[in-house]
Design a binder for this molecule. Sequence first.
Ligand code: MSP
Length: 509
Amino acid sequence: MKKYITTPIYYINGAPHIGHAYTTILGDVLKKFETMRGTEVFYTTGTDEHGQKNQSSQQESGLELKDFLKMRSDNFRNLFDKMDIDYDFFVRTSTDEHKAVVTDALNYIFNKGLVKKKSYEGLYCEGCEQFKKPSDLDEHGNCPDHQKAPKLITEENYFFPLEEHRQWLIDYINTHPDWIKPARYAKEVLGMLKEPLDDLCISRPKSRVWLGVELPFDKDFVTYIWFDALINYISSIGWKSDGDNTAFNALWEHSTHLLAKDILKTHAVYWPIMLKALGINPPEHLIVHGYWLGEGGIKMSKSLGNVVDPYEVMDLMGIEPLRFYLCNAMSLTNDSQISVDLLKQGYKVLANNIGNLQMRVLKMIAKSTGGKVPANVSLAAEDKALLEGIANTFDRIYKYGDSSLETVSELSNEILKAGGDVNAYFAANEPWVLAKDESKRQRYEAVIYTTLDALRLIAAAAYPFMPVISGKILASLGCSAKPSAAFKPCDLPEGGQTVVGAPLFPFLG
Ligand code: MSP
């Protein structure tokens, strides 16, 4: 079985920020988690290059369209490359390959009679690229996400009716409790489905928006950006309305879309209905996360100066501690706060936990045994209990964890907890005192072995978050094996050579 994991494709009208970095990191962490337990993953991310916002941005830039799109898309790709994201495919909606699939899908639903043309008057929010109902607006009549009043627009457009599928979608959600995770977002979608669904406007007149995929059945229109963008999830893995979809189907059966709550409706209402019209099942899972807000719970904005720049924080603390922090600090059910100070605190937690433990134990045995892992140790019940407890926890998460945000969050918490427990064990057993007394040699060696073996388990478990650091810890323990999801206690080869290297989490200053 091979899994398919996707991120949203990002608008290129602005520079990538920490929120975009986060979802793409989360996908990479899930890919590594799955790979470690033996499941292959096809992972995609990319850029959404059509629509009014990108069009306005291109016009302001004064650049040729092709150059503008490439430059802005590369801003995202370069960030993801710098973050060592192991994506298998980078989607760009401006490519001919993607556009051909959008055209194919449009023709398919048009020929099935599922599209109708009508005149429509509505309130249009350019930020969302969506028509709004008065009930979607705040008390000042503004779009709550963009703090701007939508414009009243009257246009002829093509529509795709949704209402006739509403009950099917409600039933689908109720019979697939695992479809949308965490469950609070499934509830939110059921709330959206209490009211009849308006027809989805799937076109924009070229007189207003020209940056898009031309409608195959009317050259005066381009396709609505969301209809175009959502199709990326199937265009990236080769869907065709009339081709051999065997490879597509195999991947699609195990597909997971990652997204934040801002785009829940498009993914959990429009998308499954679009797929149904195309004769495709909904993706296996939608994994939804909250929003990163600035410190104090305020939305990040340039004018407030509280925007966290992914390049800046990556340079400050390194990509791997940043990955760990983001996955650990995102709350499962709410928004989370982020700032450079909070990130520094998170870095210190890691340094004091895993970093400190590794340095202390390695420096100690470098002195006492020339760095050799003690052999023929006889572990006390306390030592065995510590190692078995840690191994069992990681074993359970890797065996039964469901490749969701909950799993990633639990894993990061358990890593910190294990590190805390081993630090406490080390301090309580005072190996530096035992080392001075030859009659306590056996006990000294047991404590050292236990600490080293625990560190091995922690390093292996941390691989999806911190692959390079995990490898460095294992190498420093004289363990060359690739981390695997088999968490067995007392597996550290006896007699191996340990090495005190540079600190894993150098002082930030
Ligand atoms: N182009 C659409 C998505 C189309 S997918 C078929 C879009 N683009 S976006 O650039 O606005 O990206 C939104 C996504 O970026 C969120 O769903 C989330 O994955 C990520 N984030 C952007 N800002 C974020 C935060 N402040 N916090 C958390 N994630 C956020 O919508």
